[in-house]
Design a protein around this ligand. Structure first.
Ligand SMILES: [Zn+2]
Length: 370
């Protein structure tokens, strides 16, 4: 017998086209090369945007951020998150603010290193008086439609509760037996860093700015507050003042993207931690690292920006001393190389995410699940 299905049923069911449209919406992340600074643009599936930091002072990094913004079709920064007030993070603000409207300003509050005041910090202080200024604390959310953005560190405090509904969050961390605190007493503005965990459906990523070692340790020991994540945007440019193994092993990233410069960050210790992290499939780098040398740099297809071969060969033959964290990268290589390439991540709500090196077009797709 032939059944007659009421017409109303047909209009209640989403069409194949609309389903495909929903599935194809992505959270897009542009990790921009600022030569050992920090600037990461997030474009949510709703089209709302957030920018984590503005790179170094001057127009170079502001231009690089705008190039990514234009490629992404971004016309406004809805949330500018300044992780902390060091020059490699707030430096590009003064120039960037001339190029694109900024709606909300998010930071940790008063700097603990006012002696580092630079023009961009003064311009920022003037902007937040007139604009919408949000001082965040751990546990706060940024209300960006379509994604779940949680603040996990700010102003020297870290999340004191467990993230909910996340595998591994709230569990005693077996790796804490190997956690040894470090006594770091300089550049303490790093410890103020605003850290974020950003989720889109099953996909989760984390960026802690330059949060120092002992504070990362608080997120991991004795209890893993964060749970598992898929993509780690490395802390502190891959410096050995951050990158606690007990945290990284517990959150089990599938992929790490290191925001190192040619001579800044990219420490052997940070590389070794990532290389030994359970379940880590690949390390991507914004720059070839003189500190990582032959033994630790990823294969070239995972590296967005390279030195000229003759310079690379010279560095390998005669390695420079590591640059202290927070210091300007030494003037070797070609720090103002053009073009500069970003690494793009495109994540779907089912947890699948694709990482692309804009220099060579190489891309690789990963699946969530640990
Ligand atoms: Zn930094």
């Amino acid at each position: 017998m032939r059944r007659i299905i009421p017409f109303v049923l047909f209009i209640a069911i989403p069409t194949a086209a609309s389903l495909a449209q929903t599935r194809s919406k992505t959270l897009d992340i542009y990790d921009i090369d600022t030569e050992g600074g920090h600037a990461v643009l997030f474009v949510s599936p709703s089209g709302e945007t957030a920018l984590l930091d503005t790179g170094w002072p001057g127009v170079r990094d502001a231009h690089r951020i705008m190039e990514a913004a234009k490629t992404a079709g971004v016309k406004q920064i809805d949330y500018l998150v300044i992780t902390h007030f060091h020059a490699d993070h707030i430096g590009g603000f003064m120039e960037l603010a001339k190029f694109i409207p900024i709606k909300h300003y998010v930071d940790h509050g008063v700097t603990v290193q006012p002696e580092q005041h630079i023009e961009s910090k003064q311009a920022y202080d003037a902007a937040i008086v007139k604009g919408l200024h949000i001082i965040v604390k751990p546990g706060d959310k940024l209300p960006i439609t379509g994604i779940d953005w949680t603040i996990v560190s700010s102003a020297g405090k870290t999340l004191a509760t467990n993230m909910t509904g996340v595998p591994g969050a709230g569990q005693t961390n077996p790796y804490c037996a190997g956690f040894v605190p470090k006594n770091i007493q300089v550049d303490l503005e790093n410890a103020e860093s605003v850290g974020s965990v950003i989720a889109y459906g099953r996909f989760r990523t984390m960026d802690l700015g330059d949060l120092l070692w002992n504070f990362e340790g608080q997120l991991a020991c004795p209890v893993n507050r964060i749970g598992t994540i898929d993509l780690l945007l490395t802390t502190h440019h891959g410096s050995n003042w951050s990158g606690v193994p007990a945290l990284i092993y517990a959150i089990k990233p599938k992929v790490a993207i290191m925001n190192n410069g040619s001579t800044k960050g990219g420490s052997v210790e940070a590389f070794e931690t990532l290389e030994s992290s359970p379940g880590l499939e690949d390390i991507w780098q914004l720059h070839w690292s003189a500190n990582g040398l032959l033994e630790h740099n990823a294969a070239g297809k995972f590296i967005a920006n390279l030195e000229k071969p003759a310079i690379t060969a010279g560095i390998i033959a005669n390695p420079p001393p590591p640059t202290p964290p927070g210091a300007l990268p030494a003037a070797i290589g070609n720090p103002d190389h053009s073009p500069a390439y970003w690494i793009k991540v495109s994540a779907k709500s089912d947890g699948t995410f694709t990482v692309t090196n804009i220099r060579n077009g190489f891309s690789k797709t990963y699946r969530t699940g640990n």
